[in-house]
Design a protein. Structure first.
Length: 478
């Protein structure tokens, strides 16, 4: 079926919306909300535990339900934005996110907080794919779009790193609910400015939104991610096996249904495009290799080296700086050399830096660790930005939201798998918490980092093969 997409009419010589750079600033605010909120809660857990007295199961749900819901709804919400309008969905989700942040901040029971976090996940799932899809509308010029995606990637990385820093600052002066209320000024600015600056775009020919597909996607991703996290914490068991099988069955049903529908939520034929599939796989493996290392590195900095939460967050900033720097030049690098060279090179550099953490010791100086994190961030920023550009450029404009949702889903699934798989290595070697056996925990962290680095080196080899001949607009095929 032919599709028609209403987008902003390019102006000024085909350069796109006249206020596109200010509009990009608005989009980065939305992305910052999701990225910061994914990591800021971790530091507040001890404080809210003392106040709300959750059970161990409730505590796990408080920490995880946000990412579970986002992972399950990213593709569906991206597809919804393609249908009802990306600007409309973005601003509606932003308003809901702000209201739910107040709900979470003043929760008086564990159940209320879990509900608030789940609903924040629903709202958050509307933001990430909408921001990337709107970049496609705002920047029809391929070179400008590559730079805009670099800014988008840099803010995503910076937001995740800023979470612990912001949380540490707030918790030194305010109660645990302040980590949610910090969202309010951001949502207010985003709504007031976004209404005026952001263009609307949607696809008029994609058919109705299919609730059955949404349900299959949500249950499928929720089940798989939950099972992976259960395996990491408790090992194999009936709960992990049952939810994992249910999730896999629902995802299989989702794929079958998309192939049968005349207007699917996600066109599965996109995966026949080698560049699209290769970019999605590279994203998943990148996050898989990094997530476990970064997660346990925070524990190393605090419990082994005795740093405060704020100091630990600041120690991880070199990775953010590296990612921001290479993200901004990633598009130009891919055009000058090649897409597969940029992606494989970035993945390879990150993998080697992680393998180098085998030399980490409890008393290692910060120069070694900071240098490794700088390389990790620089390599990841280069590869992640180029793959985002490839994913967005590989699909028709009408499917930009759904494709962006696939990219985000790969990120969330990779994070869950990384923490589970690499976490089992850390736990198996250390045999206990970091504060009880610092040397053993450090050995476990080094081993897990080396395995994560190996995964990234394999991802680099896969990207070199799968992205052969892939190019961004404005560069020669290599």
């Amino acid at each position: 079926m032919a599709t028609l997409a209403r987008v902003t009419t390019p102006r000024r010589g085909g350069r796109g919306h006249p206020s596109r750079w200010l509009a990009l600033g608005v989009l980065t605010l939305a992305l910052l909300l999701v990225a910061v909120d994914a990591t800021v809660l971790g530091l507040a857990i001890p404080f809210l535990t003392e106040d709300l007295r959750p059970t161990s199961t409730q505590l796990l749900w408080i920490g995880d339900v946000y990412s579970f819901v986002i992972a399950g709804l990213l593709v569906s919400m991206g597809s919804l934005g393609d249908r009802v309008g990306r600007k409309r969905l973005l601003l509606t989700g932003t308003a809901a996110f702000g209201a739910l942040s107040v709900f979470a901040a003043y929760a008086t029971t564990p159940g209320t907080l879990i509900t608030a976090r789940a609903l924040m996940g629903v709202a958050g799932a509307t933001l990430m794919p909408s921001t990337l899809a709107l970049i496609r509308t705002l920047f029809p010029d391929a070179r400008e779009r590559s730079f805009a995606i670099g800014v988008w990637g840099a803010v995503s990385t910076a937001g995740a790193a800023l979470g612990p820093v912001v949380g540490g600052l707030l918790l030194e002066h305010f109660w645990w609910g302040s980590v949610f209320l910090i969202n309010l000024p951001v949502t207010a600015v985003l709504l007031v400015v976004g209404v005026r600056l952001l263009p609307e775009s949607r696809d008029f020919g994609c058919g109705p939104w299919d609730p059955a597909s949404v349900l299959l996607s949500l249950i499928g991703m929720f089940g798989v991610v939950y099972a992976v996290k259960q395996l990491a914490v408790h090992g194999p068991g009936p709960a992990a096996l049952g939810t994992g099988l249910l999730g896999a069955a629902c995802l299989y049903g989702f794929v079958r249904r998309q192939l049968a529908l005349p207007a699917p939520l996600l066109d599965m034929r996109l995966f026949r495009h080698r560049g699209f599939s290769g970019a999605v796989l590279a994203d998943l493996l990148t996050v898989l290799g990094l997530a476990g290392t970064v997660f346990f590195l925070s524990q190393f900095l605090q419990e082994v080296q005795g740093r405060s939460p704020l100091q630990a967050g600041l120690c991880e900033l070199p990775a953010t700086l590296g990612a921001a720097a290479t993200g901004l030049v990633a598009g130009a690098a891919a055009r000058r050399w090649s897409v597969r060279g940029a992606v494989a090179g970035g993945l390879g550099a990150t993998g080697l830096a992680l393998v180098a953490l085998l030399a980490l010791r409890p008393d290692s100086g910060y120069l070694f660790l900071g240098s490794a994190l700088l390389v990790v961030g620089a390599g990841a920023g280069l590869s992640y930005t180029v793959t985002a550009d490839v994913i967005l450029s590989s699909v028709p404009p009408a499917q930009a939201g759904a494709a962006s949702g696939v990219s985000g889903t790969a990120y969330e699934l990779g994070a869950a798998l990384g923490v589970a798989l690499l976490g089992s290595i850390v736990t198996g070697i250390s045999g206990g918490p970091a504060s009880a056996a610092p040397a053993a925990f450090t050995d476990g962290l080094g081993a897990a980092s080396a395995v994560g680095g190996g995964v990234l080196l394999l991802a680099a080899a896969a990207a070199w093969r799968l992205l052969r001949g892939q190019r961004l607009a404005g560069c020669a095929r290599r």
